[in-house]
Each structure stands twice: as structure tokens, then as C-alpha cells.
Write a new protein. Sequence first.
Length: 114
Amino acid sequence: MTTINHTHSHPSYHPPNHTKSGWLNNLLNQSLLNPVRDWLNRVSIKNYRIAHVICQVIPCCCPFERNIDLLGRTFHIPALCKLNPLYDELVAIRFRALSYLADECGQDITKYIC
């Protein structure tokens, strides 16, 4: 068996950029969703009614994670919330609403905490 040595370079060759998330996810995350992310990050909570609505609408934990018993076997469906590209921003706005209710309004927020 012989060995082939590669002695010349390829100056115009760029290896493909293989990422874990794929090209569609990169496109969504880098360009299309940035304005929405920026807007969500700039939202400040100044109204207790809006803060209550945010805390009621955005769940404290992923509602999709569950165990299903089928024919004597248990199947686990993992949390799928991290697949949402705006997950971190939604969790942050919920946290800001909870902080506003607790710190500024002095309200009891235990009903919103899992």
C-alpha cells in the first residue's frame, strides 16, 4: 500500500462551515429574528396589569415535557422549549415582569413560580 502526500495548497478553497444547528437555524438566528430579539430585550415593565398578563401567558416551565405510559412502558418526551429561537428573551421578559411585581409593586408572586 502506498501513501499519497498532498504537497500543494488550495488558496481559493474554503472548507464548509458545518454547524450543529444547520443553515436555516443560523439564518433565523442571525438575521430574521434579531429585530424581534432586540425589541423584546428593550421592553420595560411599567404596568402591573401587563406584568400579570406576561406572567400568566409565559409559563414558568416547559409545558411539553412529560412522561407517557403506553402498554406498560414509560416514554419520556423531553422539553422542547429550547427549540424556540426566542426562548431566552421570553424567559427574560417574564423575569422582568416578576421582578417588577415583587420589587416595585410589593405583590406576592408565589402563584407564578413553579
